[in-house]
Write a protein that binds this ligand. Structure first.
Ligand SMILES: [Zn+2]
Length: 357
């Protein structure tokens, strides 16, 4: 699922209306949170737009509301433009602050942030006779598969010698773990957490091929009955890892700046680098928007306020510059990290590690 959303984000980042402003509706909506929200925003926007733009808004919004009838629970992101014959709906498995905006391109920042914070992973619970492999994304179990085998009990009964009995038992466990490894190899997630009681999980890890071993981010000691606790703990681990990653990104950025290496920071320089396709990792401050304008016709983005583009004289769109930087980054396959680090703020709210200079 997450790889699908990544594909959609990439496609959305490529879209913009080069002829007119305010033609793409982006709606992020959690049904449980806010029932009057849409009505209110719709009224405000309709009181401002005129002529063709108003007509387009009403028609685009009609499609949005029609689709929403089927989503009276949970959260969604919807992008709609009647003029551009565009409609895309994405079900979001987590609650999200409601937003309804109309600009010249789909507003993707909340979506990208969700993907950054809720990385999907595979969780393997393994013991000597039972295993369960979970795919978890957005903090929820997407699918799971159980495997089990009748393994003879630890304490021997009947005729054979203790040594022979132990050998048989070990062989059966080995065979079972091999089946679990094979099952795990069918998974494509970038990160794996291994869990289970006692030593079996370590033995299991030893049996994994190199590429799977490299994906292990943590090992949890837990009994097989403790499923709920395990799910919670592993989701917590992933969140912590994301937090670390974002701190490391800011640290890396500062190091590069100190040695005048492969990095840029601040709006102007980052924007320039991301437009040139130089950005490997974009680091962006979490909860801030910076006012600016874009001329979709010339693909020029600048801070501040303008009505018309100084180059082509077309009307410009008022935008959040960080969103525009993000869209350029998505188009060029840059990695993206969001951060709350106050040092990033001092560096101008945004910075990037570069592929080349
Ligand atoms: Zn222009």
């Amino acid at each position: 699922m997450s790889s699908d959303i990544n594909r959609v984000i990439r496609a959305l980042s490529e879209i913009y209306d080069k002829d007119s402003n305010d033609t793409y509706i982006s709606l992020y909506f959690s049904a449980e949170l806010d029932s009057k929200f849409i009505k209110k925003r719709k009224k405000s926007i309709e009181s401002i737009l005129k002529g063709e733009l108003l007509d387009n808004f009403k028609k685009s919004m009609f499609k949005v509301e029609k689709a929403l009838v089927h989503y009276n629970k949970g959260s969604v992101a919807i992008f709609s433009s009647n003029k551009n014959n565009f409609f895309e709906i994405i079900k979001l498995p987590i609650k999200i602050e409601s937003t309804l905006i109309v600009v010249s391109s789909p507003y993707i920042r909340p979506l990208v942030r969700i993907m950054d914070e809720w990385e999907s992973f595979t969780l393997v619970l393994v013991s000597s006779n039972y295993a369960k492999i979970y795919s978890i994304s957005f903090g929820e179990i997407k699918s799971s598969k159980s495997l089990s085998k009748d393994i003879i009990n630890k304490h021997k009964k009947g005729g054979c010698s203790q040594a022979r009995f132990n050998r048989l038992r070990r062989g059966a466990i080995q065979q079972f773990l091999k089946e679990v490894v094979e099952e795990l190899q069918k998974k494509v997630d970038k990160q794996i957490i291994i869990a289970g009681p006692g030593n079996t999980k370590n033995h299991f890890i030893d049996m994994l091929p190199r590429d799977l071993k490299d994906k292990i981010i943590d090992v949890i000691d837990i009994s097989v009955e403790d499923e709920n606790r395990l799910i919670k703990e592993s989701i917590h681990l992933i969140a912590e890892k994301e937090y670390r990653q974002s701190n490391e990104a800011v640290f890396h950025l500062k190091q590069e700046i100190l040695r005048d290496g492969l990095a840029v920071y601040g709006l102007e320089d980052t924007l320039q680098a991301v437009k040139n396709g130089q950005v490997e990792l974009l680091i962006i401050e979490k909860d801030i928007k910076i006012k600016g304008w874009i001329c979709e016709h010339c693909q020029i983005v600048k801070k501040g306020y303008k009505n018309h583009c100084p180059y082509c004289k077309n009307k410009v769109s008022q935008v959040d510059i960080l969103e525009e930087i993000l869209e350029f980054a998505e188009r060029t396959d840059a990695e993206i990290e969001f951060s709350n680090d106050p040092e990033l703020k001092n560096l101008g709210h945004v910075g990037a590690i570069l592929r080349y200079k």
